[in-house]
Design a protein around this ligand. Sequence first.
Ligand code: SAM
Ligand code: DTB
Ligand code: SF4
Length: 335
Amino acid sequence: MTKAAPCLAPPWTADAIREVLETPLLDLVFRAQTVHRAHHAPSVQLAALLSIKTGGCSEDCAYCAQSSHHGKEVDLTRQPLLSVDDVLAKAQRAKDAGASRFCMGAAGREVRDGPAFNAILAMVRGVRALGLEACVTLGMLKKHHAERLAEAGLTAYNHNLDTGPAFYGQVISTRTYQDRLTTLRHVSEAGIAICCGGIIGMGEATQDRAEMLAVLAGLSPPPESVPINALVAVKGTPLEDRPPVDPFDVVRMCAAARITMPKARVRLSAGRAVMSREAQALCFLAGANSIFYGEQLLTTPNNDTEADKVLLATLGLTPEHVSCAERIAPPRRAF
Ligand code: SAM
Ligand code: DTB
Ligand code: SF4
């Protein structure tokens, strides 16, 4: 008698994901919603975002307002690292407004040991003590940095792939795709959840989007959250003249992320401020279940908080809460 084959999902190839991305829109949304309902309640995670250190970055990411490579042309006020007290006051305000995760972003190539990193560890501890999930995005890091962040109770580390490997070199030259994957490995090995996604609208082809999703879906363990950003074309950056992203393309990316990573949170991220309520609703139908919540992203505006609350209520979506277990327990989580 032959043994039954183990039930393993086949790995997603870029070609298969490209087919998914090119499915007729309503069929795609229907398929994504079917996957979504099998894995998730009708709730949306509200993730507040704060830039804790702004501008003056050595990297040359073509989309970014904070790179000093295009700094002179961008209208941006640099801001050194905020104090722990300031950050925790903002985290408390975000909690009061209903956020369950507090994300802190710092401009810069990589984490370095020293007083600034110690202050960031204190911020993570403080955010967790407020009963919020904590996420940071600090650029590349080494194994011991990830371990210290895990000890401080960090819930997730955001480090995006940004695009597919073939297109990547047209956007960034100062760090490689492999550098990003190495950072992600350090994060996972420390037991911290991975928040990793990318940007559409930088001039990439559908194939590049598919290749990025194939890398993401192939990560082991897979990302806990996947931010889908539509380029915010910031004046003075090399991508300032990129045409606006078609909101249906954002819907397609949310759907393909949901189908290929059924358990992840799919975060409708940058670019939401210029999307209609109806386009956002389609993204939620396609499986998005997280948003950046609060009126500022890092350097650019985000949606009005009250309008977001009304939209979620209109759609019958409830804000996700940090579970009681998560509040009491673990600084380190198995991932
Ligand atoms: N410096 C850190 C790093 O690059 O790893 C963290 C901050 S960085 C600004 C976080 C992510 O925000 C980027 O990887 C990119 O995916 C996204 N992002 C930055 N500027 C953007 C823009 N103008 N439009 C859309 N997404 C953007
Ligand atoms: C992510 O994927 N998107 C956020 C967060 N991670 C840090 C950042 C979006 C930045 C949009 C442009 C800006 O505000 O500078
Ligand atoms: Fe620096 Fe991050 Fe902006 Fe790249 S995305 S220029 S690393 S702040």
